[in-house]
Design a protein around this ligand. Structure first.
Ligand SMILES: *Cc1c(COP(=O)(O)O)cnc(C)c1O
Length: 422
């Protein structure tokens, strides 16, 4: 093992990891395209795009050049009183891409904080309109909206990984996704009953991520949006996972032809290179903050807000969506996942296979031995990290058909091995 590994490991605390029993993490030394190279010389095909970020693959020369140039001219300045070209261009481009009048952008550095800002906006929106009692939030079963205190309160209480903090978080309302007639009535009833105290409903449109990789139809999403309008409740779309092509369209909301009041973006925003997030609002949300009263202003401002390096990376990432056939690549990945991953449904111990865009999820009927399964994937030359009872693939959009076939074959093999033991 290299010096940096043996000397540094005793000082590192890893995420979502029982450090007493954790396997030694793999040492990554270089990346290229869809590959991660390890210190021992092995190369893994990345099946999950580094937590769903690296949509253009790793080390794209266009993003590198943009960040290098920005680093040489203006790596960072504070974003209060000062503005700069990368952020303003990015804001203008993002709002041009987003549907409807989603036209004001607030930049932060992580997805959780983008959701926190959306919550503050929603609550203060009603306060500014003289309806300060509207401050509770509705979220859905299987939701995941982040790891900070306000966002933990919006994660599935059983699968959201935060149960031990119950009682310390704001008490929000969980709803079932209204996927049939009776659930639709129940959802309407929930908004009827609590509407006067509700600021917003928050949803991961069409595909829920870290809370279980569940998917729902455009009709379900459209129903939720309509119900929110009728009950005077804001709709926050958390497209941190689905945004930038992952679910098949540039944004999942586009597919359902809905315009949320607030949308949160992060993960693939910089193509997996630098931390950046954006909370974007419709005009009427922004206008509720315009007033002679200084306390009506939005009270938030992260130190590294709108970091120019990250904004330059995001602009370069948007260039790539314009110049390279990303959405066609997503469609090809979807077709290949349908052909090669869907057959896992026949295996013993598999409850369901769900595919949407460049997301392929296999849900198992029982628990998985995560440590063993993760090690098996690495042995097979792929980087795949199941969580809960879900094995999933979310590869970089630029992955070759051969590499994707290696990924799907590895999933089939590992699940076949597991089925043999059941
Ligand atoms: C990852 C994720 C978040 C949290 O983003 P972080 O950058 O990890 O804070 C929030 N919502 C969704 C849907 C996500 O996938």
């Amino acid at each position: 093992m290299s010096d940096w590994l043996t000397e540094g490991l005793p000082h590192i605390w890893l995420p979502y990891t029982q450090m007493a029993t954790a396997a030694t993490p793999l040492a990554a030394v270089a990346t290229q395209g869809a590959r991660i190279r390890l210190a021992d010389g092995r190369e893994l095909i990345d099946g999950i795009s580094s937590w769903w970020t690296a949509c253009h693959g790793y080390n794209h020369p266009h993003i590198r050049a943009a960040v290098e140039q920005q680093l040489a001219t203006l790596p960072h300045v504070m974003f209060a009183g000062l503005v700069h070209e990368p952020a303003l261009r990015l804001a203008q481009r993002l709002t041009a891409l987003l549907p409807g009048d989603l036209e004001r952008v607030f930049f932060t550095e992580s997805g959780s904080v983008a959701v926190e800002v959306a919550l503050k906006m929603a609550i203060q929106y009603w306060r500014n309109k003289g309806q300060g009692e509207k401050k509770r939030i509705v979220y859905f079963r299987h939701a995941y909206h982040g790891d900070t205190f306000a966002t933990m309160a919006l994660c599935d209480p059983d699968e959201g990984m935060h149960t031990l903090f119950a009682g310390t978080m704001p008490d929000q309302l969980m709803a079932e996704l209204p996927t049939d007639e009776s659930l639709r009535r129940a959802f309407d009833l929930l908004l009827d009953t609590h509407g006067e105290r509700l600021a917003a409903v928050i949803i991961e449109p069409l595909a829920q991520g870290a809370g279980g990789m569940k998917m729902h139809s455009t009709q379900t999403l459209a129903f939720i949006v309509e119900s929110c309008r009728q009950h005077d409740v804001l709709l926050i779309a958390d497209e941190i996972m689905t945004g930038f092509g992952r679910s098949g369209r540039m944004f999942a909301c586009e597919e359902a032809e809905v315009v949320p009041d607030i949308i949160c973006l992060s993960k693939a925003l910089t193509g997996g290179t630098l931390p950046l997030a954006a909370t974007v609002t419709r005009r009427h949300v922004f206008e509720a903050f315009l007033s002679d009263d200084p306390s009506a202003a939005l009270m938030h401002g992260p130190t590294y807000m709108a970091n120019p390096l990250a904004c330059a990376a995001a602009n370069a990432s948007l260039d790539l969506f314009e110049r390279e056939p990303r959405l066609a690549q997503v469609a090809a990945i979807e077709a290949q996942l349908m052909a090669e991953l869907a057959p896992c449904a026949e295996l013993a111990g598999v409850a369901d296979v769900r595919i949407k865009g460049a997301i392929g999820a296999v849900e198992l009927s029982g628990a998985i031995d995560l440590q063993h399964t993760r090690r098996r994937f690495a042995e097979l030359g792929v980087w795949v990290r199941p969580f809960g009872n879900v094995v999933y693939l979310m590869p970089p959009f630029v992955i070759t058909a051969d590499d994707l076939a290696t990924l799907t074959a590895a999933v089939r093999q590992v699940l076949t091995e597991r089925a043999a033991l059941l």
